[in-house]
Design a protein around this ligand. Structure first.
Ligand SMILES: Cc1cc2nc3c(=O)[nH]c(=O)nc-3n(C[C@H](O)[C@H](O)[C@H](O)COP(=O)(O)OP(=O)(O)OC[C@H]3O[C@@H](n4cnc5c(N)ncnc54)[C@H](O)[C@@H]3O)c2cc1C
Length: 396
């Protein structure tokens, strides 16, 4: 190892940004060189993406320039796309260069998991980045415009969302809120528009208590969503989806939210993975590599015999822990075991509605919607202080 260790962080998502900020705070001058690599020069708030996707909030409220979040005198920001991780050479190959590292943190986020369902990768869209949600939003508006300019084909105003987990439910809720406005703008009868939420599991929102799930489904049905629970998408075609019931829903818009996997670059690097995610050790290191930490959607942390679901909450806590462990490793001190502190779960059901579990208390309706906003404001405060809260926050 060189006299000043080189720390490279891949990905400026929830995990990567928290790691960078904590390293910036803890490291002394000249104790290490820190480089943060991200595809874009902005950090996006993934937990908001369903809103700009449906068109109920702006893209600008969902992203923050990374240079506003870090001190570029202390951290080198490299805007580039990671192409390859070479474990044996301790190098990362970027689209336009190469970086060598002594310590590597991998926080490249997840990718949609299509479970081999034919046609999904080719014909469905997914909510995963600013660019992908921009596409969804423009596509939906274009369908309304086409509907009025063609012979009013129903598939233009049928919308299919695959998956009734967190992101699927939050997206259909926003879409249902947006449809009346689109109908007004494009002179379309709202009664003709259909939003289908298709889920292979027998219930929506796994992990929430049945009474909260029932409430959520009731709210969304009243907003006009048709649920098809316990029904699998068998195939996605250019014309829509074929379901396990034999039914075909003709639709020019299929948004897939039904699964998330780790990043393919991790598999390609040669780590042992389960659906692109690495089961990390108690200090968040990749097995066999004392200098490589894997966090967020790229990692698997077990709670007994089941892994914690990939969330922003766990990614943030991992970011802090892995930064502290790298500082300890550099200083020859003992590492800290990662322990996840679950602070609660909140899902938005669109304007003024939500469901939440905090400790042993459950909330629904307006209170839960306000809690969702508080969680969002808290995140903005953690990464950007009061300035960011005032700039990007959506208040009560
Ligand atoms: C619609 C939606 C709603 C959600 N709602 C919630 C919620 O309410 N609560 C919750 O806890 N979780 C929620 N999640 C899950 C949460 O967003 C993720 O678990 C979290 O973002 C994971 O953080 P991460 O740091 O692993 O990756 P990410 O936050 O995804 O960040 C990865 C970063 O890596 C960058 N990157 C990727 N590939 C490359 C490359 N090749 N080269 C360079 N940079 C690259 C990306 O641009 C991105 O900046 C939601 C997810 C979605 C999609």
């Amino acid at each position: 190892m060189s006299s000043i260790p080189k720390i490279v962080i891949l990905g400026a998502g929830y995990g990567g940004i928290l790691t960078a900020q904590r390293l910036q705070k803890e490291l002394n001058y000249n104790e290490a060189d820190v480089t943060l690599v991200n595809k874009h020069d902005y950090h996006y708030i993934t937990t908001h993406l369903h809103m700009p996707a449906a068109g109920t909030d702006s893209i600008e409220n969902t992203r923050v320039s990374i240079s506003k979040l870090i001190d570029e005198f202390k951290i080198d920001l490299v805007k580039s796309s990671v192409q390859e991780i070479r474990l044996h050479d301790k190098k990362v190959i970027l689209e336009d260069g190469t970086l060598s590292y002594d310590y590597l943190i991998i926080g490249l986020g997840g990718e949609p998991e299509t479970f081999g369902i034919p046609g999904l990768a080719e014909h469905a869209m997914s909510i995963r980045s600013i660019n992908s949600v921009r596409l969804i939003r423009e596509h939906i508006e274009y369908q309304f415009a086409l509907y009025k300019n063609e012979r009013k084909p129903q598939e233009r105003i049928n919308f299919v969302v695959g998956g009734a987990g967190f992101s699927g439910i939050e997206f259909v809720a926003e879409l249902a809120d947006r449809i009346p406005k689109l109908c007004k703008e494009f002179d379309v009868d709202p009664a003709l528009v259909n939003i289908y939420n298709v889920e292979a599991a027998p219930t929506a929102l796994p992990g929430f208590a049945p009474e909260l799930v029932e409430y959520a489904i009731d709210v969304l049905k009243k907003k006009g969503v048709t649920f098809k629970l316990g029904v699998a998408i068998k195939e996605c075609t250019p014309n829509g989806v074929l379901l396990s019931t034999g039914e075909e829903i003709r639709s020019a818009t299929v948004v897939w939210t039904g699964g998330i996997r780790g990043n393919r670059l991790i598999e390609a690097a040669g780590f042992e993975t389960i659906r692109g995610r690495v089961k990390v050790d108690e200090y968040l290191r990749a097995p066999g590599y004392e200098n490589i930490y894997i966090i967020g959607d790229n990692s698997l942390v077990y709670n007994g015999d089941r892994p914690y679901p990939p969330t922003a909450q766990i990614a943030m806590q991992q970011g802090v822990c892995c930064a502290q462990n790298i500082v300890s490793a550099i200083r020859g001190k003992e590492l800290r075991k990662f322990e996840f502190h679950h602070k609660g779960t909140v899902a938005s059901l669109g304007k003024g509605a939500g469901i939440a579990v905090v400790g042993d208390k459950t909330y629904q309706g307006w209170k839960a919607a306000q809690l969702k906003k508080l969680v969002d404001l808290r995140y903005l405060f953690i990464i950007g202080g009061i300035t960011l809260v005032l700039k990007k926050g959506r208040f009560l």
